[in-house]
Design a protein around this ligand. Sequence first.
Ligand code: CUA
Length: 353
Amino acid sequence: MRGRNTRRRRRVALFASLTTLALAAAACASNAPQDTLDPAGPVARQSNNLYQLVFWIAVVVFIGVEGGVIYLSLRFRRRSDGDTPKQIHGNKRLELLWTIIPAVLLAALAIPTVLVIFDVAAKPVGANIVHINVTGHQWWWEYAYTDYKTPDGTPLKTANELVIPTGRWVYLTMTSNDVIHSYWIPRLAGKQDVIPNSITHLKFLASTPGVYRGQCAEFCALSHANMRARAIAQTPADFALWVQQQLRPAPMPVDPQVTAIFQGTCSACHTVRGIPGVGGMVGPDLTHLGSRTSFGGSTFELTAENLARWIDNPNAMKPITGANGNPGPSMPDYGLTRSQIDAIVAYLMSLKG
Ligand code: CUA
């Protein structure tokens, strides 16, 4: 009897320690580009500092309470059949103590919490702020740099990849074109809902150049998981160069067949500044697509091969059709021929600004 119990206890202990080990190991990803515990700017750092404060207080409370539970249950365990503890009822001093301590702790934690909330929500102050209007779409992000105007007077537009300068505050003014999305670049700032018919703001500052990955953090229908984002922080000099390049119109396609496809088909949704009559506003602005590193809600790396697959059959790469069979509000398959697709891809990939 005793042998079987011991064996079972050993098995439970082994299972528990393996589970704990697996959970702990899962937290040690070597490549975690969306790690909130690795802040890359002051806003994310503030949130992380607050989290660390709460976490370590919680660790102390956890060890105190669990240690007490283990100690007391061993120290006062039943030692024989007739062993009964001293019978008491209530203990006013203890009960007051364990009510007051958590109340004081929570009240104290409320102070830094509320301060950080107000600080993170406040508009950035000073000159040299980069203002960007963000529009959420199913399933991509549109950016309009209101500080930089194209030759025709419209704000500089791009999609999915937010190119920003390091060391300068970026102030996003956000809304949605369809459903509620949520903008989230974990290493730069917390989440902010992006709501139709409503304006929300988010600010952050990237301290060092780099690519900071993010994703939509609010379920927004079928391809929600494919609605990702990248913030690409560049040195101020590189950023100035990027703006200069992006403001230029795209060159006309050499192949008249490409011009005809853009004007006849793509123009329903896309803009390519530089080809007359290609000014659609439904999909991403493609004027300098070739200068980006990703496309399709930043889900796919921008390569000629991926782009050709996308134009050939977008639905296969990013599900846009609902369970009821209705087409989603995204890129349709126009049934272009292989050579037409190759010509379009070659042109788009050449648009590097
Ligand atoms: Cu947009 Cu989820």
